[in-house]
Design a protein around this ligand. Structure first.
Ligand code: FAD
Length: 363
């Protein structure tokens, strides 16, 4: 089939790569001026693959999609080209490496005095997670074995099986893999409207056998999607020992710290009901970095090398949607879990492709 995809973000790249590999003629249209230019939210994300932690604000379906994606990611990455370890802005990308994917669990941490806020979250997760997947309390001795550089928190819980992916590497590798499989990317092209069998772009109508609309917040007004502002900070912290993502349970803000290749650490993220994409605020910078330093004092001499702001695409109920009709598939509303659930949603979208009867699925 001739397939046209609107949006070359996380979903667009996953679709383009898999459809091109399956032998379809794939064209992708995106506003961004080029593959490495960072319009898509997929670039900004921390890349935590946390089905249990996300239950704080998600439902059982997101959890199941997350579990399925955790199975799919290793298979997907095995077929992708190596790319440089994600460079800091303006720095050399370094040697080629496979996309960094880890599944060593994640930790929830709380300081003395914050037990109330922590218990609310831990109890909620224990209640919503299936038996055997609830947060497991770890004592300070075990914590020191797992993460020797953590100092300060009085309470810790381990979420086994949770993971992380390097989003910069994965975005780059997916575009390269899709191109190598024959997908054609058209950068700097705005899609005004997607309909069955046609994309209306700023440079004319593109006809195709099937259209995928994965424009995230750009899919308005066809979908009631909004953007939820998120701000993050990248630190360079040579010598820091950190093996897995940490989340600090705090009464006022949520902060996570995610290790990345190349001695980098990502600290995130604000969650603000605003479509403002201007640079990170002083308030968020102070809160994120103070919280990170309070559990990892070794970060004191880390260098702030990059900050980023982007908009999470969210529908009114903050849940994802997969809608298929003959000639058109729309996937949107991945909110704060796109990397967690993207592969499973794409699997469902591809399964529905070409089905003779129209179907509508709330994913
Ligand atoms: C700070 C932050 C942290 C996050 N952390 C995590 C995390 O740890 N784990 C996780 O699972 N998820 C995380 N996310 C969420 C995740 O990034 C998103 O859910 C995911 O990127 C959504 O993918 P998408 O393909 O729908 O949208 P996007 O990746 O935003 O892609 C949409 C694409 O459509 C293009 N586009 C838009 N309008 C048009 C148009 N009119 N014409 C042509 N092209 C258009 C855009 O340029 C873009 O390339 C985070 C998000 C943020 C902001």
């Amino acid at each position: 089939m001739h397939i046209a995809i609107a949006g070359a973000g996380l979903l667009g790249r996953l679709l383009a790569w898999q459809l091109a590999r399956a032998g379809h003629a794939v064209e992708v249209f995106d506003l961004a001026p080029g593959p490495q230019l960072r319009g898509a939210t997929g670039w900004t994300a921390a890349g935590m693959l946390s089905p249990v932690s996300e239950l704080e604000c998600a439902d059982a379906n997101v959890y199941q999609l997350g579990l399925r994606s955790l199975q799919l990611w290793p298979e997907l990455l095995a077929g992708l080209p190596a790319v440089p370890a994600a460079p800091f802005a303006g720095e050399d990308g370094g040697p080629l490496r496979p996309v960094d994917l880890r599944a060593q669990g994640s930790l929830l941490l709380a300081h003395r005095g914050d037990e109330g806020a922590a218990a609310r979250v831990v109890d909620l997760l224990a209640d919503k997670a299936p038996a055997g997947h609830a947060p497991r309390r770890v004592d300070l001795q075990e914590l020191a074995t797992l993460e020797p550089d953590i100092r300060g928190p009085a309470h810790a819980w381990l979420l086994e099986g949770e993971g992380q992916i390097d989003t910069w590497q994965a975005m780059a590798a997916l575009a390269l893999g899709a191109q190598a499989a024959g997908a054609r990317f058209h950068w700097g092209r705005r899609v005004e409207r997607a309909e069955p069998g046609a994309l209306h772009t700023d440079q004319g109508v593109v006809r195709a056998d099937w259209v995928f609309d994965v424009r995230g917040t750009g899919a308005r007004p066809q979908l009631a999607v909004r953007g939820v502002r998120g701000e993050i900070v990248h630190l360079h912290a040579p010598g820091l020992r950190l093996n897995r993502p940490l989340r600090l349970l705090h009464p006022r803000h949520r902060v996570y710290i995610v290790p990345r290749a190349g001695d980098r650490v990502l600290v995130g993220a604000s969650e603000i009901e605003s479509e403002d994409r201007s640079p990170i605020s002083l308030r968020t910078s102070v809160e994120l970095m103070a919280a990170a330093h309070s559990v990892l004092p070794a970060l004191a001499e880390a260098r702030v090398v990059f900050t980023d702001t982007n908009l999470r695409p969210a529908l009114p109920d903050n849940l994802p949607v997969l809608h298929t009709q003959p000639g058109l598939t729309q996937v949107n509303g991945l909110f704060r879990h796109g990397w967690l659930i993207g592969p499973a949603l794409v699997e469902q979208a591809l399964a529905a492709l070409g089905e003779s009867t129209p179907s509508e699925t709330s994913a």
